[in-house]
Design a protein around this ligand. Structure first.
Ligand code: C5P
Length: 276
């Protein structure tokens, strides 16, 4: 049996640089990963099965075309391997929420299958599978801090901030990535700078925040609430939203924010963790 964590993905900055002819947008983004997320268990079995459990499972109920099963099928096709697998997904992070969700699950499935078949995690065929499954999947397969270019799949690892306390907050609304991108105003506001990660992230922005807030104004309320917390290093929406996060200078500051946010927005989804 193989267990994998689908580490939640954060975009410390996300600059949209242009619209492409293929329906995607040209990005520059700083990916970082959280030491927590959905959990996947894979085991050889007589027949394929896929079970979803956990606090966020209901949102996926009845969805036949899950990215996990697509990753399983694509892997078997590309590596020409047989053998049924029983997969359990413990869904702990909300779907359609800007922190990888399905992409991280698909990536964890690829990592687990690679381990099961003794295939190197850097095998180009594995990366190819990841790119076909989604723009964020290659970043999630590696789950290291990286600058992403292209549609997010062209990665350059950068020095990370491992151990930095983080709090993720989702107001309980889902937003469609495609609808948020479609509302981007088409203005290129410039590149991500070079140098220290936190400095670059702070000087940067998430260009999808304005369009996401237009669809779900509650995102603005969550950002304001996080900004009001003490000792934050960075407050930002991740991906196309609606999950927002704050990095903190200390564990105590993060834990105080967990209490503050729980009190102010008891219905929100919260996850306290640290960066990988
Ligand atoms: O690649 P993925 O399937 O995760 O992307 C979902 C949708 O998000 C795409 O269909 C596209 O509308 C939008 N997208 C984009 N530019 C990117 C990544 C995603 O427009 N770089």
């Amino acid at each position: 049996m193989i267990e994998e964590t689908a580490w939640a993905k954060l975009n410390l900055a996300l600059h949209v640089r242009g619209r492409r002819g293929d329906g995607y947008h040209e990005l520059e983004t700083l990916f970082a990963f959280v030491a927590d997320g959905d959990r996947l268990t894979l085991a050889p079995a007589e027949a394929d099965s896929f079970t979803i459990t956990g606090p966020c499972a209901a949102a996926l109920a009845g969805e036949g075309d899950n990215l996990v099963t697509r990753a399983r099928d694509l892997f078997r096709e590309r590596f020409a391997v047989n053998g049924a697998v029983a997969i359990t997904l413990d869904k702990r992070v909300p779907v359609a929420s800007g922190i990888g969700g399905g992409s991280a699950d698909a990536a964890a499935t690829l990592r687990a299958l690679a381990a099961m078949h003794m295939i190197d995690g850097g095998d180009p065929r594995l990366i190819q599978c990841a790119e076909e499954l989604g723009s964020d999947v290659p970043a999630c397969v590696r789950s290291v801090t990286a600058l992403g270019r292209g549609r997010g799949e062209a990665l350059t690892p950068v020095a990370g901030m491992a151990g930095t306390p983080v709090l993720l907050v989702n107001p309980g609304v889902g937003v469609s990535t495609a609808s948020v991108f479609a509302r981007w105003d088409g203005v290129d506001r410039g590149a991500i700078g070079e140098g220290d990660l936190l400095d670059c992230a702070r000087a940067g922005r998430n260009d999808l925040e304005v369009p996401a807030r237009a669809l779900q104004p509650v995102i603005g309320e969550v950002l304001t609430l996080l900004e009001e917390q003490a000792d934050t290093l960075l407050v930002r929406m991740s991906g196309s939203g609606a999950t927002c996060f704050a990095l903190f200078a200390s564990v105590d500051a993060r834990d105080a924010a967990v209490r503050g946010v729980a009190e102010a927005r008891p219905d929100s989804w919260r996850m306290a963790s640290e960066l990988l």
